[in-house]
Each structure stands twice: as C-alpha cells, then as structure tokens.
Ligand binder design. Structure first.
Ligand code: ZN
Ligand code: ZN
Length: 252
C-alpha cells in the first residue's frame, strides 16, 4: 500500500473504533442510529412524501381521488412563468427540523441529507434528466449571505446535481434586502418582491451561460410560490430562457 492508502485505511479503522465508543446519534433526538445515518428511523418516519394527486402547477397534494392533471383553486387561471413546482416532501416532521437547523442554526453538515431529500422532488416523471438542464439557486441578498455564511439553495443544488452532472449557474442576484414574507397577503408579497431580483452581472455573460438551457430553479421550501415566480419571470424576461421548473426540498 502506498502512503496515502495506508493513511486512509488507518483513518477508516479509527473511525470504526470511534463508532464503537461513541455510536452515531440521531441529530434530531440523540437516539442511536444503527446504520450510521444522521437521522434515526423513528424521526425519519415523521416525514410525509408528496404523493399524487396533487396540483399540476404548485404541487399541493389532495386527499380526494382525482385522476389526471388538475389545478388547485389557488393556482386557478393565474399565469406563471414556471411550468410547475415539484417537491419530494411536505414541510413537516424531520424534514422541517433539518431545514431549520441547516438554515437558521447554520448546521452546514446537514447539506448531504438535504440534497438527498431534494432528489425526491427531482425524480419526477415530468422532468427528463437527459435534457440540458442547469440548476439556478434562488439567491440570497449579499447581506443575508454574509450573516448566514452560505446560500442553502446553492449548497443543496451543488450536491444534488453531482450524480446527474447538472451544472449550477447562480444566474440571479437579489437586489433588495426584503423583509420576511411570512404574514403578508399575496398582494403584499408581490409588492415586497417587486424588483427584488435581477440577472447576475455581467448580464451578458449570464445570458450566454443560460443560452439553450432549461432551468431547474432551486429553493429549500416552496410556500406560496411568490419568490420563485418572480425569479422565473426575471430568468425569462431578462435571461431569455424558455423553460423553468421549480424544485424544492419541501412544500409548505
Ligand atoms: Zn431521531
Ligand atoms: Zn396549485
């Protein structure tokens, strides 16, 4: 064995010994996780996958028996700049806790788990991964990025895209520091977001990077869709892209 391999082998042995002394604990409830997963089985069981039937645009799931594609009352006949939004999970249980810890407690090591959860939304029969996609993360304002240290959407996109070789193009910037959208009416949200996004500068280069590409717009949680709608609008009107699909880890 050459030196590097020996060191790696020793490191693996060391890790095994550490696991015996300190078995891996669930990051949410501190229970032992036999398999070395970050989250134990009973915490994982609190997750709810998004299952059909669901709204063809926003993905809102329904309990009723509905066949084929339909729109929920909220989407109705509204026009959107994205084709549809998809998420693998409802924003409850362990998914919700993981997103909160990742974002607000800055537990960056959770990004692999979140990228895995994110793939649940990506594996959608309406998305053909052999097409020329790029991931565009919903951007944070520079001030928020400094406060948090990372953009959660970009971290998730980079890891989730690896197996599919989908490149990440941070094509958007946030031009205004917007207040939280929580508690605002739809009209207020739209006003709050008006002019909040633009193409990353230099815009000409960004447009070139997006040319002939289809966009998977990435965020952690889809709530009302106002933010992703505004991002999709800018990508189409300023970026010249034809097709935007929204993919998030979870749906609120
Ligand atoms: Zn647990
Ligand atoms: Zn809908």
């Amino acid at each position: 064995m050459e030196g590097g391999a020996v060191r790696r082998r020793l490191a693996a042995l060391g890790r095994g010994a550490l696991d015996l002394l300190y078995p891996p604990l669930c990051v949410l409830c501190d229970a032992d996780t036999a398999s070395g997963e970050l989250v134990c089985g009973s915490c994982w069981a609190t997750n709810h996958p998004v299952r059909p039937p669901s709204c063809a645009i926003c993905g809102e799931p329904y309990d009723a028996q509905i066949e084929g594609l339909f729109r929920c009352a909220n989407c109705g006949d509204r026009a959107f700049d994205f084709e549809f939004a998809t998420a693998g999970w409802l924003f409850t249980g362990a998914v919700r806790q993981l997103v909160h810890r990742f974002k607000y407690q800055r537990q960056l090591y959770l990004r692999r788990s979140l990228a895995e959860l994110f793939r649940g939304g990506l594996e959608n029969e309406r998305i053909d991964l052999s097409e020329p996609w790029v991931f565009v993360p919903v951007p944070l304002h520079a001030r928020k990025l400094r406060e948090r240290g990372f953009n959660q959407a970009e971290e998730i996109a980079r890891l989730a895209g690896e197996p599919f070789r989908i490149p990440v193009v941070p094509a958007l910037r946030r031009t205004r520091y917007t207040e939280s959208q929580a508690g605002l009416t739809r009209a207020q949200r739209l006003l709050n977001l008006d002019g909040a996004f633009a193409l990353r500068r230099p815009a000409g280069r960004t447009r070139k990077e997006l040319a002939d590409r289809q966009i998977l717009l990435v965020d952690d949680v889809f709530t009302t869709g106002s933010t992703v709608q505004e991002c999709a609008r800018v990508l189409k009107t300023e970026g010249g892209v034809k097709k935007v699909i929204v993919v998030t880890v979870a749906r609120g």
